[in-house]
Ligand binder design. Structure first.
Ligand SMILES: Cc1cc2nc3c(=O)[nH]c(=O)nc-3n(C[C@H](O)[C@H](O)[C@H](O)COP(=O)(O)OP(=O)(O)OC[C@H]3O[C@@H](n4cnc5c(N)ncnc54)[C@H](O)[C@@H]3O)c2cc1C
Length: 446
C-alpha cells in the first residue's frame, strides 16, 4: 500500500512539503488541501503588487496548479478548506464532508492576521493583507481611494504605507505604541520613524478603539472614522497590520507555545508521531536563544516545509533553526536586524550592551555613499548577540554577514578579522561592520 500523506495548507510551507515528499517517495499518495484558489505564491510580494511595482498577480504565483498536479503527481485541491482534523483516527475532514485518511499529516496552515474585537472592524473598507485573492480585489478598488489609515507600524504596516503612498494615496500610519517597529531598538526605530514622517502622517500612542462610517455624525460622507486614543481620523480605507497568530485551532491537542505556535523538533515532528508541521504555524528553534521562538518569515516557511515533507515521506532531513534575520524597505530606507535586540537580550536577563557606529556605505569620495547606522548587540566578553542596521545603501548584504557570524557562533573579535570585499563603489576600506567591531574593542579597552 502506498503511504498516504495529507498536507493541510498549500502556501509556501505546504507546497514545499508536498514537493519534497514526492521527491522522497515516488509512490506515495500525496494530497494537499488549500482553502484558497491559488497554490503557493509570494505573500511577501503583495505590497509590491498593490503599489504596482509588480504588475500582474500571476507573476506572484510560483507554479501553476498543473505543475503540482501533472508533473509532481500531487492531488492538489484548491478551494478545499479543512473543517476538522481527527488526530486519533488519522483523518482530515474537508468542509463539505470529504474525508482524507493519512499515514502522515503535515500541518502547514500558516498564520492569520490579528483583527481586534472592536466595533466596525468588519466594515468591508477595513482590510488585512494576507491572501492574493484579497489583494487582487483591493487593488481593483484603489483608484477610488484617496486617503487610508494603516493601523500597525510593524514591517507589514510600513510596507503597506509605502505601497499605498506610491499610488498617490494620502496615508496615515497609526500605532498604539510610542514608536514604530518594535523588532529594532529605539535608536534604529527613530530613523525609521523619521523616514515614515517624510512621506506620511504618523500617529503614535494612538490605540485604535473604534471604526464607524464617517457620515454618522450627520454629514453624508462615504468614508470611515477611526477613533485612535484621543484622535479621530477620516479615511476611505483602513488596513489592519496588527501582526499574526498561528492558525492552529484545528489541532488544539498538539504541544504549542502560549500563542498557539506548534512545537516541533529539528525534523518537524510534533507531539503526535504521525503529525509534522511547518511554516508560520510553528515555533522554530532560535539559535541565539537556544530555544523555540515564533519568527514567522518566508525562508523558514520554505525550509521547514521541505524538511517536514521529506521526513513525512520516510526520508531524513533536519532544520537547524534561525537566528532571526529580516530586512525591510521603508520608503528609501533599508532596515535590517538579526539575532537579539538590546531590549530582547536584557529582557531575558542577559548582560547585553549595544555599540552604535554610523559609517559610510561606500568610500566617502565615491558618489552614492550614504550613512549606515550599525548597532552591534553583544555581551561584555565579546559574545555577539545580534545586530541592527538602517541606511539608504548597502544594508541588506551587511546584515547577512552578521547573520552568518551568529550562526557560526563568531564573537565580536572575529568580525575584526573578516576579509570583506572592498572597492570604492561598495564599501569604505574599513567596512562599517569592521568599524562597529573596532568600536566595541575600543569601548572594552577603555
Ligand atoms: C504582506 C506580507 C509581507 C511579507 N513579507 C515578508 C518578507 O519580505 N520576508 C519574509 O521573510 N517574510 C515575509 N512575510 C511572511 C511570509 O509571507 C510568511 O512567513 C510565509 O508566507 C508563510 O508561509 P506558510 O506556508 O507557513 O503560510 P501561508 O503562506 O499563510 O500559507 C498557509 C496556507 O494555509 C491555508 N489555510 C489556512 N487555513 C486553512 C484551512 N482550514 N484549510 C485549508 N487551507 C487553509 C491558507 O489559505 C494559506 O494558503 C510577509 C507576510 C505578509 C502578509
Amino acid at each position: 500500500m502506498p503511504r498516504r500523506i495529507v498536507v493541510v495548507g498549500g502556501g509556501a510551507a505546504g507546497m514545499s512539503a508536498a514537493s519534497a515528499a514526492r521527491r522522497t517517495d515516488p509512490e506515495a499518495d500525496i494530497t494537499v488541501l488549500e482553502s484558497g484558489p491559488f497554490p503557493s505564491y509570494g505573500v511577501c510580494g503583495l505590497p509590491y503588487y498593490l503599489s504596482g511595482v509588480v504588475e500582474s498577480a500571476e507573476s506572484l504565483v510560483a507554479y501553476p496548479a498543473s505543475e503540482f498536479r501533472d508533473r509532481r503527481r500531487i492531488d492538489l485541491r484548491l478551494e478545499a478548506p479543512v473543517e476538522s482534523i481527527d488526530l486519533a483516527g488519522g483523518v482530515v475532514v474537508e468542509t463539505g464532508g470529504d474525508r482524507h485518511r493519512y499515514d502522515a499529516l503535515v500541518v502547514a496552515l500558516g498564520a492569520a492576521p490579528i483583527v481586534p474585537p472592536i466595533p466596525g472592524a468588519d466594515d468591508p473598507r477595513v482590510v488585512v493583507v494576507r491572501r492574493l485573492e484579497d489583494a487582487i480585489e483591493l487593488r481593483s478598488r484603489l483608484d477610488g481611494v484617496s486617503s487610508a489609515a494603516i493601523v500597525g507600524a510593524g514591517y507589514v504596516g510600513l510596507e503597506m504605507a509605502e505601497s499605498l503612498h506610491a499610488r498617490g494615496i494620502d496615508v496615515t500610519v497609526v500605532d498604539r505604541l510610542p514608536r514604530v517597529m518594535t523588532t529594532v531598538d529605539p535608536v534604529v526605530a527613530d530613523l525609521v520613524e523619521a523616514e515614515v514622517r517624510r512621506h506620511c502622517r504618523l500617529l503614535l500612542d494612538a490605540a485604535l478603539e473604534s471604526i464607524e462610517p464617517a457620515g454618522s455624525g450627520g454629514v453624508a460622507a462615504p468614508g470611515l472614522r477611526l477613533t485612535c486614543g484621543e484622535q479621530t481620523l477620516d479615511v476611505d480605507l483602513a488596513v489592519l497590520a496588527l501582526g499574526v497568530r498561528p492558525s492552529t485551532a484545528l489541532v488544539p491537542s498538539l504541544q504549542a507555545l502560549p500563542n498557539g505556535a506548534l512545537l516541533v523538533d529539528e525534523r518537524m515532528r510534533t507531539s503526535d508521531p504521525r503529525v509534522f508541521a511547518a511554516g508560520d504555524c510553528i515555533a522554530v528553534h532560535h539559535r541565539v536563544l537556544d530555544g523555540p521562538a515564533y519568527v514567522p518569515l518566508g525562508p523558514a516557511a520554505n525550509k521547514t516545509g521541505r524538511t517536514a515533507g521529506t521526513v513525512a515521506a520516510g526520508g531524513d532531513a533536519r532544520f537547524g533553526g534561525v537566528v532571526g534575520t529580516a530586512v525591510v524597505k521603508v520608503f528609501d530606507l533599508t532596515v535590517a536586524h538579526t539575532g537579539l535586540t538590546l531590549e530582547e537580550a536584557r529582557g531575558r536577563g542577559m548582560p547585553a550592551e549595544a555599540t552604535d557606529v554610523t559609517a559610510k556605505s561606500r568610500a566617502k569620495y565615491y558618489p552614492g555613499a550614504e550613512p549606515i547606522l550599525v548597532r552591534l548587540v553583544h555581551e561584555p566578553g565579546g559574545r555577539l548577540l545580534g545586530a541592527q542596521m538602517a541606511g539608504r545603501d548597502g544594508v541588506a548584504q551587511r546584515i547577512d554577514v552578521i547573520a552568518t557570524a551568529l550562526q557560526a557562533r563568531m564573537g565580536v573579535g572575529d568580525l575584526l578579522g573578516l576579509d570583506l570585499a572592498y572597492a570604492p563603489p561598495y564599501s569604505p576600506v574599513y567596512d562599517p561592520l569592521i568599524q562597529a567591531a573596532q568600536a566595541v574593542r575600543v569601548k572594552e579597552r577603555a
